[in-house]
Design a protein around this ligand. Structure first.
Ligand code: FES
Ligand code: FES
Length: 159
């Protein structure tokens, strides 16, 4: 049996103590060990952004981090954003602007944008394009995503 390491991680406000193999990726820990399958895995090479979560409030690609590196840290996944009756303003904006089709990329966009709009509440279109240039979407052509980010910024400003 492979050697394991004990880690303590807070995910979406809940504390977890788990034994993990040192090579286990944070994305696999979140999806398989914790069952939080809202975090998607596309490339597993840090390129597509689908696996983005927040670590201590900063957007990170969970496929490029080992679970042991999250020891003692706070992780937020897309499951923490809102509920069906009370969506996060960014989720609401994505719906209103039709910014998703298959939805595979959406959790990564949402988590990237939660971090980004928290720091940059009033971005220009150019800045929005830069903010999402590490998140790949194969369906939408990005136009509606950009419109959704503009709307989300407005919603968050009036919140
Ligand atoms: S799955 Fe992590 S960046 Fe693509
Ligand atoms: S909505 Fe399908 S990949 Fe973005």
């Amino acid at each position: 049996m492979a050697q394991t390491v004990k880690i303590n991680v807070t995910v979406n406000g809940k504390q977890y103590e788990r034994e993990v193999e040192p090579r286990l990726l944070l994305s696999d820990f979140i999806r398989h060990d914790l069952g939080l399958t809202g975090t998607h895995v596309g490339c597993e090479h840090g390129l597509c952004g689908a696996c983005t979560v927040l670590m201590d409030g900063e957007a990170v690609r969970s496929c490029t981090i080992f679970a042991v590196q999250a020891d003692g840290h706070e992780i937020q996944t897309v499951e923490s954003l809102g509920t069906p009756d009370n969506l996060h303003p960014i989720q609401q904006a994505f719906i209103e602007k039709h910014a998703l089709q298959c939805g595979f990329c959406t959790p990564g966009f949402l988590m990237t944008l939660v971090d980004y709009l928290g720091d940059n509440p009033n971005p220009t279109e150019e800045e929005i394009r830069e903010a999402i240039d590490g998140n790949f979407c194969r369906c939408t052509g990005y136009f509606n995503i950009i419109e959704a980010v503009k709307l989300a910024a407005q919603k968050m400003a009036s919140h």
